[in-house]
Write a protein that binds this ligand. Sequence first.
Ligand SMILES: O=C(O)C/C=C/c1cccc(C(=O)O)c1C(=O)O
Length: 320
Amino acid sequence: MRKILAERLFPVDTLRLLASERSAGQRLAFGGRQIPVEVLDDDSFEDIDIALFSAGSSVSARYAQAAVDAGAVVIDNTSHFRMDDEIPLVVPEVNAYKIADHAHRGIIANPNCSTIQMVVALKPLYDAAGITRIVVSTYQSVSGAGRRAMEELGKQTAALFNSQEVECEQFPHQIAFNCIPHIDSFLPDGYTKEEVKMVQETRKILDDPEIRITATAVRVPVFCSHSESINVETRTKLSAGDVRAILREAPGVLLQDDPQGNDYPLATQATGKDATYVGRIREDDSVENGINLWVVADNLRKGAALNAVQIAEILIRDYH
Ligand SMILES: O=C(O)C/C=C/c1cccc(C(=O)O)c1C(=O)O
């Protein structure tokens, strides 16, 4: 969040960093200063205009309303408010008009990272030809599970190269040189919460409860950026050429589709960048009006902090 705010020259008069007792007292760099981390409490939001929450659903549940009551607009990066009918779930390139509704509750929800990159790529196709069905498989980097998960991938990789035992603390199984089809907890129907988030959030963001969607979310031994294989069925026919022409002009999308030149989206290239990269575009003739896409984005930037700051930029531009 701090890095994105600084990079985009967001007009911050005062930055207040709030966290638990465990983190209080640290100092973190911003704007050429070392900002002290303060303990979050109900009185932390006096004179705050915008409160960016990213400390887990329980913290958002406990403190978001206190921020709103103090006059702030909350942009919440957790799932707590995402499916609340009174709270807009926003990806600026897709449904920025929903931000105007924030007056209802003073809270705007940031979607799940895997949902964000998918709707950035699919919204232009939805507008051009309608979408009836989406089948998505994700290849999610370990950074989505946090710093300790990234450290675990590194440690396991080193251990294996040194013929040592691996320790599995952040994931149920070894993640190094492995794929784990288990992100967040399993539900009784066999889906994970991550997969259900993608289905429910996509329908809300596209404002279309009828889209048939199914997802399989997989953790892969990649440090940063999420990749997605997306099969989409459109209402009217789009050729691969039509899709390229549409996405070439789409907001937030960078087309990277020259397979003969070995040029297609890669997690290593997307990391640290703001764009949602789309390639491997091809027609799927196993169904009527089918298209396959490969979509990659930095899950910590567009998948989280960048999307939240873009919402804040719209707030101060259009609704200050
Ligand atoms: O693991 C990933 O790659 C994405 C994880 C997202 C996540 C992890 C813990 C809690 C949440 C949550 O807010 O519920 C979320 C989210 O949906 O943004």
